[in-house]
Design a protein. Sequence first.
Length: 765
Amino acid sequence: MTARTRVLPRLALLLAMLAPAAFAANPLPVIPAPAQVQAAQGGFALTPQVLVRPADAAAEPTARQFVEGLERGSGVRLALAPAGRAKPGEIAFAIDPKASTSPEGYVLDIDAHGVHARAADPRGLFYAAVTLWQLAPARGETAAAVLPAGRITDAPRFGWRGLMLDSARHFQSVAQVKSLLDVMALHKFNTFHWHLTDDQGWRIEIKRYPRLTEVGGCRIPAGDGGVGADGKPVPYCGFYTQDQVREVVAYAAQRHITVVPEFDIPGHATAAISAYPELGVSGKQIEVSNEWGVNTNLFNADEQTLQFLENVLAEMVPLFPGRYFHLGGDEAVKDQWKASPRMQARIKELGLKDEEALQAWMLKRLERFLVAHDRRMIGWDEIIEGGLPPEAAVMSWRGIEGGLTAARLGHDVVMVPSSELYLDYLQTDSPDEPPGRPAYIDLQRVYAFEPVPQALEASQRHHILGVQANIWTEHSRSFARVEHALFPRAAAVAETGWSPLDRRDFADFRNRLPHLLALYRAWGADYAQTPFQPKVEITPADDGTVRVTLTDRLGYDELRYSTDGQAPTADSPRYEAPLALALPVTLQAASFWKGQPLAPPVTRTLSAKSLRSRSDEELAMCTGQLMLRLEDDGPREGERAVFNVDIFNPCWEWKQADLRGIDGVQVRAGQLPYYFQLAHDESHRTFQPAHSAHGELVLRDGCEGPTLASVKLPATPGADGFSTLNVKLPKAARKAQADLCVYFTGDTRPTMWVLDRMTLVPPAK
């Protein structure tokens, strides 16, 4: 033994005194929570002299990844030693067939003399390295660089732990996809579902059919976003070459993530049909869609089209060596097939019952093709309706019912219910949320989802392969918005997929989350700040003050605030009860954990004038049938305005507006393209009748109450895209309070009016 290795254990013991006393006294800051943890005293110090040693060549890649990930997350640079027997004071990685019965399981032993990671398979050994990344302090944290002592015996609950990225609606670069794979690995996700084709874009090179990317890979965005400075159309384009796909797949495999590609059939096919019109039902030339929602374009079921589909699969299959291949099958509105004599003749020719059976026939044929190429089909739960292909697995997105049905039929299932695991839905009611889909799916709701329904018989529960979160990108124009939507909610999905059911506890998860946030920052993940910022509710009082109520959205118990213009610190007043503040005042509030703010403070500048004005984000929807947070259509580059609007019933309400001393209401309004394809749901769209050429802005007392006033709308907004409309209140309406309801009359498609701000106007002096 050299003098250097004799010194290391003593140094480690000295530094380990700074470590947590035991796991039990200080829960491990690991997400997902390990299956089993045995507490021990002290820990292992990560000094620069520590070596990382693989037992042999099989363990060397993981040892190297551990070194790289530790430096990235913690800033600690360790050296990689030659393969061989571990020595005292080292971090050792070894493949041991006896370590775990799961290929993804591992055992970690940590004490003052060293760290030993063992697994039966490289996958498990990699997850041991991931756990060590999380056990180490992150860059910026003040804790000593010590790994807490103990034994972790760990393995995942489910074999499918996935994230889906939609690259069809908005395109991400290869570098961005790789960065997402990095952060997926940090959560022990093992499946990357890549949505590559849709109505709005075809994103993968198919050499036999170059127009798929040349034509189908580009669209002209709606409104100003599709017009250049010279007034000419500017297309939105992007696709991955086959070499780039191989690069992404290899990068994922290094992190033990399998890529599952999706080629959507027979619906969501507009981009492909735009490239090759003969694939559609009408055969006519159509454009790549620049609208969101459910489009009615379908592939036809002709033999030539089936050959096309098989030829595309023949090029895609070699690019993706994973077992599963996703063929979509969702939202295929059958109107075109029903109206087509040729498709009706095809149904009769094949001896099928109806259009649902025709879709099932197409998918069964393509399943046979995939099986012949050693692949297995998976599709959305609509594929159940016409009869499941024999070996197909199902992704249950319309709730859990499809998953129940499929499992009872003996088919494997991945649970992805939109009501809990669609992460493009807004995650808080903060006015600072970026654009997103209707309703709110907060972190607590994601965490509470249980993939195995109680109603499912025990004999069929093995068919639940696991769980997956999806991010659709209609409203995620930037990769930063993708990351905002995914993190930290994806961490909750990761814990659901990995940790034993009895280890899942939201309060404990919440306490481990701040350390993961520090790792996000170190790894460059642009996670959402809004869940960690207090909710601020403001109620004016008659004495000229305001009552301010602060609520921590996640239940952290330390809220601090300031009114002196400085950001709150750990020494600022602690919020205990609603505040009575004199006007004018600038309030800043932040949530804290162990003396540190969890996110930048929320700032509200309050005055008598500001209280008379509210943005659309601060107003209620009258009915909220399909509320979206929509982005303006321009400028083409840079920041755009964001609007809350219920596209089925565009109507805004200021509840309990104080109208005392108010002479009128001013509304700032703009227009957006009506870029929605809603298929059979379009009939639910409400248009109030117009009484003038371009319609009116109508002000009512309550959504169902009497009309207070109205004003004619201009033909178009002003030069800046907005119009300021002034409505005079009748004297009888100037009472103490009213629920002010605003809507616009007339069917103005292809555009729609949206409200930007409503202001109560006192009499002119």
